[in-house]
Design a protein around this ligand. Structure first.
Ligand code: G1P
Ligand code: ZN
Length: 543
């Protein structure tokens, strides 16, 4: 093997965001852009010499090419072994599992998650730590610091062997194992869930629709749901991963997974619907004609997780990201287990999971997961739901209605204002932050503000402090507004407004969602002058 040292210089803006480095695909294809960042991953984590990494991605345009570069760079940097998904395919949860199972030094995952792919779409790369989770801030900070001082990178002259075929090859001293992307993940799911119960549910004629959105989960869902568990052929739709996700936006929410919504609202709707995103870590859950909000899903899964073998009697605690509704808090309280509130981004759950303080965790943005890996996991969420439904016997819509009667309902919605000029978005947030001390005790749009702050998180495990994680405004009637700017966008700024209104046990749980939230929406507008700052009279995406 001949390796080359190539002179390079720092490239502006290689700062990892909420979930790795995400940019337009065209930016990643600029000379040295990918190479610089990969070298900085190695340099920022003590070098690649002698190390083992998992490498794979969500199959989007440029995935295979990028993996070729990473293999050549890892070999040139002295890595001992790479575990690569066949065809460069690994869902984010499957990669997390492999990192943990084979005790590797981490993994490099190529994905821009739910962002559109293709030549004109987005691309991304993230480093996951040896625990299988997204690199914590001290690692991403070290990588970013390297991007500002890099002078050279190393790469082999030779190409790596074909990653399209399962098998082992070598590139210099580096062993490359190309593996089936599904096998290890399926084995893990089999350990966690009652496959017999789910299988007999399907035998009894229970019908499902799983929308893989032409993204990475297709092969996983087809193998596990159809081939192993016996769901009817065709239960998994859009099952073949495509480089541009079929031109779609692989984000499992009612707006982007409209094909699933139409099926689930149709006359012959299946009993259960689910979808997952570009890299397979997000999930959307539906019953006949009913969308289960991710916040409610987390609460319900917590309430019924004991029906799955892995979680029976084993829930130590739960965690939710700060903007996620407080529905799960009520369940945790009744179960007598702690509920942690963390900043947005899966990486903040890592320490809690590692320390055994929480078993389940989730985010309002369609992420749910457990201590089985260190990423959220879309197909896992669908399987846990199926396990619960198989063992409980009730229909999902009934189960949820009973839950609301028992705990009350947290009406919840997120309003996104996308691609706002960054300066305008920052001005909105700064103006709002400056007003915070004066807000408690005042009334806006008829709603009394009780507390207002900018969320700061003290990690209970390593004591690290993360500040300015979003403005929280709580009202006297238990409602809440949260506002923050997205950390995953690639163009301009996205303002996220999270709205929540609690209606107690005996209240009306069947109201139209946006109508129920109208007073909170009006209060958010008044307190933050959203229209004035953004020039928009309504949100671009409402989920
Ligand atoms: C978004 C979600 C967040 C999630 C992240 C990665 O981040 O809001 O919950 O962890 O994507 O999937 P944001 O764009 O809000 O920073
Ligand atoms: Zn994702």
């Amino acid at each position: 093997m001949t390796s080359r040292t190539v002179q390079t210089s720092p490239i502006e803006g290689q700062k990892p965001g909420t979930s790795g480095l995400r940019k337009k695909t065209a930016v990643f294809r600029e000379p040295s852009y990918l190479e610089n960042f990969v070298q900085c991953i190695f340099d920022g984590t003590g070098g690649a010499a002698g190390k083992t990494y998992v490498v794979g991605g969500d199959g989007r345009f440029f995935n295979a090419e990028a993996i070729g570069v990473i293999i050549r760079m890892a070999a040139a940097n002295g890595a001992a072994r790479l575990i690569v998904g066949q065809g460069g395919i690994l869902s984010t949860p499957a990669a997390s599992n492999l990192i943990r199972k084979y005790k590797t030094d981490g993994g490099i995952i190529l994905s821009a998650s739910h962002n559109p792919g293709g030549e004109n779409g987005d691309f991304g790369i993230k480093f996951n730590a040896p625990n299988g989770g997204p690199a914590p801030e001290k690692i991403t900070d070290a990588i970013f610091a390297r991007t500002r001082e890099i002078t050279e990178y190393r790469i082999t002259e030779e190409e790596a062997a074909d990653i399209g075929r399962i098998g082992t090859s070598v590139l210099g001293a580096c062993r490359i194992d190309v593996i089936d992307p599904v096998t290890d993940y399926e084995a893990l799911m089999q350990e966690l869930f009652d496959f017999d119960a789910i299988g007999s549910l399907f035998e009894r004629g229970f019908r499902i629709c799983f929308d893989a959105m032409h993204a990475v989960t297709g092969p996983y869902a087809t193998r596990i749901l159809e081939e192993t568990l016996g769901a009817a052929k065709g239960s998994v739709i859009n099952a073949v991963p495509l480089p541009d996700f079929g031109g779609g936006h692989p984000d499992p929410n009612p707006v982007w997974a409209s094909e699933l919504v139409v099926i689930m609202e149709g006359a012959r709707a299946p009993d259960f619907g689910a979808a997952s995103d570009g890299d397979g870590d997000r999930n959307m859950i539906m019953g006949k004609g009913a969308f289960v909000s991710p916040s409610d899903s987390l609460a319900l899964l917590t309430a019924y997780a004991h029906l799955a073998p892995a979680y029976s009697g084993k829930l130590t605690g739960v965690a939710r990201s700060m903007p996620t509704s407080r529905a799960v808090d009520l369940v945790a309280e009744r179960l007598g287990i702690p509920c942690f509130e963390t900043p947005t981004g899966w990486k903040f759950f890592g320490n809690l999971l590692d320390a055994g303080k929480v078993t389940l965790c989730g985010e309002e943005s369609a992420g749910t997961g457990s201590d089985h890996i260190r990423e959220k996991d879309g197909l896992w969420a669908a399987l846990l739901w199926l396990n619960i439904l198989a063992r409980d016997g009730r229909d999902i819509v009934q189960l949820r209605a009973d839950h609301w009667r028992s705990f009350g309902r947290n009406y919840y919605s997120r309003h996104d204002y996308e691609e706002i000029p960054t300066q305008d978005a920052e001005k909105l947030m700064t103006t709002l932050r400056n007003r915070l001390p004066d807000l408690p005790g005042t009334t806006v749009a008829g709603m009394q503000i009780t507390t207002a702050d900018d969320f700061a998180y003290r990690d209970p495990v390593d004591d690290s402090l993360t500040e300015a994680q979003g403005v929280r405004i709580a009202f006297g009637d238990g409602s809440r507004v949260v506002m923050r700017l997205s950390g995953t966008g690639t163009q301009g700024a996205t303002l996220r407004v999270y709205l929540e209104r609690f209606v107690g046990r005996s209240g009306d749980h069947a109201q139209d969602l946006q109508t129920a939230l109208a007073p909170v929406i009006a209060a958010a507008e008044t307190v933050a002058d959203i229209t004035k700052h953004t020039g928009r009279s309504s949100a671009d995406v409402i989920t």
